[in-house]
Write a protein that binds this ligand. Structure first.
Ligand SMILES: [Zn+2]
Ligand SMILES: [Zn+2]
Length: 388
């Protein structure tokens, strides 16, 4: 019997029991969320789950995160499946029996859903391991939420030998049973800036005796609005948002300096670097025109998530057997899965979870009936990509 058929039989036979098990796993994780880089309990829990299945864990220098292989590289390609495991500094507002027990920490991005689904996929694939035409690597990645987890995983060598990688993000606005699969850009590049404008403080009544950084900052904020409307092609899209501005502490004193923070978003490498260049031009020139000095700290976040065309087409066919495959608007949020896609081809998908609120909301929820679908999606997709 072909391995695909064997897997299908397992999936069918175990569906109800596995779904129930995954709900238990997801609720355990949800109740015990941990912030990026300190996912110690979560790491131990995943290791326990893998040990029960008799799976050997790969060596790592990382303190959190779990990596494991099944199958053999001598038989074919290596396909990686990645789930992120960290939570957010948010106080949960959902009244469920399995609500977060860690005050101020919550799985508000649904990484508990991703982790549980991947554990389900491990279980399904383990049962056909002897027939696998290659190797499958499971990446339980820590620190996705703005802490460069993917870069650490790559530096740790966990992507070595991998031919392709897949991942998902739950999507509250898509119904259970749908998966958004599209080639090209799915999520934005995210950069962050921190600017200090140094002027000269003076009495509020004597502005001519100082050099007012608040006026300079105001000009900068206004001029930045013209980047998207006048520098980015109307066929492309981008965001520049100044989200914090801080200067002065009373009504009759012009302050010495102003601090501005914010973020840029773009869907291509070209637009991303255009935004940065224009930002530097505007900030430096306007500040100079007012006889002041600006210091710009530019913190690059993940690049855009760009799916491989051929692999996406393959997964569309495979996923279409069980799910409704759709295309959707790209998300203006970022994902460090993009870092893997800079190294190897792969496909990131949005998975319908019918939530009440969007990501990072204190009332964020997922519909657990999607857990088994995600586990099956992971397992069948990885197998499809292993296929010679
Ligand atoms: Zn998130
Ligand atoms: Zn997330």
């Amino acid at each position: 019997m072909e391995i695909k058929d064997r897997l299908a039989i397992h999936m069918q036979a175990e569906r109800e029991a596995l779904q129930e098990e995954l709900v238990g796993i997801r609720r355990h994780l949800h109740q015990n969320p941990e912030l990026s880089t300190v996912e110690f309990e979560t790491t131990a829990y995943i290791k326990d789950c893998l040990a029960t299945l008799g799976i050997t864990i790969r060596e790592t220098h990382m303190e959190t995160g779990v990596f494991a292989d099944i199958g053999s590289e001598s038989k074919g390609k290596t396909i990686a499946i990645r789930a992120d495991i960290d939570a957010l500094p948010i106080q949960e507002k959902v009244a469920v029996s399995f609500a977060s027990q860690n005050a101020g920490v919550m799985h508000a991005c649904g990484h508990d859903f991703h982790t549980a689904s991947l554990l389900g996929a491990v279980k399904l694939l383990k049962e056909v391991e002897d027939d696998l035409p290659g190797r499958i690597r499971f990446i339980f990645q820590p620190a996705e939420e703005g802490r460069d987890g993917a870069l650490h995983v790559i530096a740790d060598g966990q992507l070595d030998g991998v031919d392709a990688i897949i991942g998902i993000h739950n999507k509250p606005d898509l119904p259970v049973g749908t998966v958004a699969l599209q080639s090209g850009c799915l999520m934005a590049a995210v950069d962050r800036f921190y600017v200090t404008i140094k002027g000269k403080g003076s009495h509020g009544a004597l502005p001519h005796k100082g050099s007012d950084p608040i006026v300079t900052a105001s000009h900068i904020v206004t001029a930045l609005q013209s980047v998207v409307s006048r520098k980015v092609s109307p066929l492309d899209t981008a965001v520049i948002s100044v989200t914090r501005i801080d200067g002065g502490n009373t009504w009759n004193v012009i302050p010495e300096e102003v601090v501005m923070e914010g973020t840029t978003r773009a869907f291509s490498k070209e637009v991303r670097s255009l935004l940065k260049d224009e930002f530097y031009e505007i900030v430096n020139h306007i500040t100079a025109a007012f006889g002041q000095k600006a210091t710009i700290e530019w913190h690059p976040g993940p690049p855009p998530v760009i799916n491989d065309k051929a692999l996406t087409e393959k997964l569309k066919v495979e996923a279409g057997k069980r799910l409704t495959v759709i295309e959707t608007e790209p998300s203006i949020a970022g994902e460090d899965f993009a870092q893997y896609l800079m190294k190897v081809p792969g496909v990131f998908a949005f998975f319908g979870t019918n939530g009440t609120e969007d990501w990072h909301h204190p009332s964020f929820t997922v519909d657990e009936s999607a857990l088994i679908l995600a586990a099956e999606y992971f397992a069948t997709s990885a197998l499809a990509l292993l296929d010679k």
